[in-house]
Design a protein around this ligand. Structure first.
Ligand code: MLT
Length: 411
């Protein structure tokens, strides 16, 4: 008799965003004409940059000619893309990252989950609370946790609160942990980490033999020049950190799919016999076995992000979403709501009014304003009483949503 991976049975309800979609669908079935505005999932709405589209169309032409046709590409990504990423995203900021340490993939969400393939079963794992749910759920699936508890936490994980009480910083744990997930600019709170804060994490990781998984999917939204874009701007990070990046949010590739993971060749972890093993070799082996690379056409589109035209278009795109976030912050603040984030990140983190729970506020907003956001409790127990509003939408929709919310929820 075939058996299942019982760890899946430990997972709480549905994954957050499908659960939101389910509630919205139920609502629209009874209210088919409701003019719903979605500021929930961080999905982009504006067209792909022209430079990327042109590059992809040219790549399609390449595929139509035997002399330029491409079959399987390198599982790790084409060098012409990795060289540009290494030079412009990393070396230009003083980060010692070689193109061979970059692995192109079809998404950061996938890489964040897949990376667990190369780590042992008995690592002590730390996540922030609130947190991007993928980090937690993939560990549950991999059997790295105990049962889920009533407060939404899982036994065996170490939760590090990032809340208004600690100014949204991830306090260094007093206990020893082996794997640490950090996401800055932060999803969902929109908070950022200073150089000093990341240095403290790198120092902790080096002292404890821990590995940091640094999710920098939102680095393009950093407006404060003192805030690091990469963990490799921090001395020592090459010995303790893996970084995840994405073209989803800066270049609007959520539907096009392209991302990258950096695994420095200097990074090691222990084998069962106590020897040090290079993580780069394991990740390379994993990717070569389970992945056949991102399509040539998409990688050409990603390459165009680094052209002069591409850089200007991406800057404009990011500024557009940041302006949306600013409008959200300003309108909600003027209505008397307490808001955080939205300055170096596309997400605004809002304290729910009148002591409403996150899901109650979600339902109220949906029913009375026809606006969809994301309940903070969906990101973890410490997100209860908060609500995330995304700046990813058209200006018209953001302004209309703010008008509706501020009319109903003036406090
Ligand atoms: C979010 O809304 O948190 C993001 O869109 C999730 C993701 O990028 O997978």
């Amino acid at each position: 008799m075939a058996t299942i991976n019982d760890n899946y049975l430990k997972l709480k309800a549905g994954y957050l965003f499908p659960e939101i979609a389910r509630r919205v669908n139920t609502f629209t079935q009874s209210n088919p004409n409701a003019p719903i505005i979605k500021l929930g999932i961080g999905d982009v709405t504006e067209p792909l940059p022209e430079a990327c589209r042109t590059a992809m169309m040219k790549a399609v032409e390449d595929m139509g000619d035997r002399s330029t046709f491409k079959g399987y590409g390198p599982e790790q990504g084409y060098n012409w893309l990795k060289e540009k990423i290494a030079a412009q995203d990393f070396q230009a900021r003083g980060c010692d990252v070689d193109p061979s340490e970059i692995f192109i993939s079809d998404g950061s969400k996938c890489d964040n989950g897949n990376i667990l393939d190369i780590f042992g079963k008995n690592n002590k794992i730390a996540v922030t609370d609130p947190v991007y749910p993928v980090y937690v759920d993939t560990n549950v699936m991999a059997g790295h946790t105990g049962e889920g508890k009533d407060d939404g936490k899982y036994e065996g994980l170490v939760y590090i609160p990032i809340t208004a009480d600690n100014n949204f910083t991830a306090t260094i744990p007093t206990q020893k942990v082996d794997l640490i997930y950090l996401c800055f600019p932060n999803n969902p709170t929109g908070a950022v980490a200073t150089k000093e804060h990341l240095q403290a994490w790198v120092d902790y990781a080096k002292a404890n033999g821990s590995i940091i998984f640094f999710d920098a999917a939102y680095e393009a939204f950093i407006t404060d020049p003192s805030i690091p874009h990469s963990i490799y701007e921090i001395p020592g990070a090459r010995d303790c950190a893996i970084e995840f990046r994405s073209f989803s949010k800066n270049a609007g590739f959520t539907g096009t799919r392209c991302a990258l993971t950096v695994v420095p060749k200097t990074l090691t972890a222990k084998a069962a016999d106590g020897s040090d093993v290079e993580l780069w070799k394991l990740w390379n082996r994993r990717q070569s076995t389970k992945f056949n690379g991102v399509s040539y056409i998409v990688q050409r589109g990603a390459e165009a992000v680094y052209s002069e035209a591409g850089k200007a278009q991406i800057k404009a795109l990011v500024s557009f979403y940041l302006e949306n976030a600013k409008i959200i912050r300003e309108k909600l603040t003027a209505a008397g709501l307490q808001v955080y984030g939205g300055v170096n990140a596309p997400y605004v983190w809002v304290k729910t009014p009148n002591g409403l729970s996150s899901w109650d506020f979600f339902d109220k907003l949906l029913q009375t304003c026809n606006v969809v956001g994301t309940p903070g409790s969906g990101f973890g127990a410490a997100g209860e009483g908060y609500f995330r509003i995304s700046g990813f939408n058209s200006r018209e929709n953001v302004e209309e949503a703010m008008k509706r919310i501020t009319e109903k929820f003036k406090v």
